[in-house]
Design a protein around this ligand. Sequence first.
Ligand code: ADP
Ligand code: 3PG
Ligand code: MG
Length: 396
Amino acid sequence: MKRTVKDLVNLEGKVVILRVDFNVPLDDGGKILDTTRIVQSLPTIKYLIGQKAKVVLISHLGRPEGYEIRKSLWPIALILIQALPTSVHFINKVYGDEVKQRINDMGNGEVLLLENVRFYKEEIECDMAFARKIASLGDYFVNDAFGVAHRKHATTYGLARLMPNAIGLLMEKEVSALTGAVDNPKHPFVFIIGGGKVQGKINLILKLLDSADTVIIGGAMAYTFLVASGVAVGESKVYDESVSYARDILNIAKERGKKILLPIDHVCIRESAKRKKPFVTDEMVDDMVGFDIGPKTIALFKEEIKNAKQILWNGPLGKYEDPEFAKGTMEIAKAIADSDAYSIVGGGDSLSAIKMAKVENKIDLISTGGGATLKFIEQGSLPCIDVIQDKIVLKR
Ligand code: ADP
Ligand code: 3PG
Ligand code: MG
């Protein structure tokens, strides 16, 4: 077990560098589209305010190349001002004398947000000289950035090597919920996987074949599995390099008596048609291309969801960004929300789909990670969590 922020004592007046993941989705104009990650970071920030620490927040936003005004964290400071019961300051740097001065000048229990740390290329290079400059600002390092805990960067990994450290409350919550769900699932445990990247998700499916009772496969990756099981998919997207992996997964599932459900009908278009009007079919032939699951598949998947006691969902079941192909994903999102099962949803697009279906309040755990959540489930931990000090438990 890792040391948590609650294990740090006598924090009054101490400077705590808190790494958060404020990597929120932005539109082209830089407007924040969703504040979930900011909201989920508030408990740790508020805890530290309550302990009268000086809270120095550090985060990345997007993948900027050098300074990009649209990726400044300044708008996030304005959100924090509304959300926190204390003074919030912002500075357009992450280290140096000016930052030290601002920290000296701030009151106990106040918050200082630093600028987007990825404006410095040293961040993703995990440059330890850069990390040392940031470490010199504070007394403790707390990592609450679960969403980026799979990346060994200067402020996610480097700082933990340089400073007394702990994980934050969000990190603790995600780790314990995901670990419990995978290691001690409630049965029947239904794992629903969709989206695009087959190759990136093969190990995840293999890992979950250990603990899940049923694996439901939809989205673009389903066509690769259908081909592997000898079903024609017309000209739908198939990841050729993954077909033999998919076949292995189907065989392993059969050997272990696990159920794998694949789509039995599809919403398609004809590639050659002038007007690409979507239609439903049981059999994809010729130049048909599938973009969503059909009504029979929705019913089949819903039946399985209804009987589940635990559900883990990653990856949309169709090209949900397009209203013509959103129905499968929306219906499954609503079925998960309405079921009595303990439900966990992870993945960037899956979270957007949950919001689109307006059911985010009916999901038990919405993981803030995309890639991090999938890697955590696959590997049982992440490098930026491993590097944090273990909790010291004294035996009497
Ligand atoms: P997550 O971010 O939740 O892990 P992914 O990034 O793996 O999910 O997949 C999301 C993408 O997969 C979306 O852009 C969606 O449009 C696409 N997708 C899902 N099903 C299909 C399909 N049948 N055809 C084309 N694209 C699809
Ligand atoms: C995410 O959005 O998944 C995390 O914030 C990590 O961002 P990255 O993929 O740009 O490293
Ligand atoms: Mg995605």
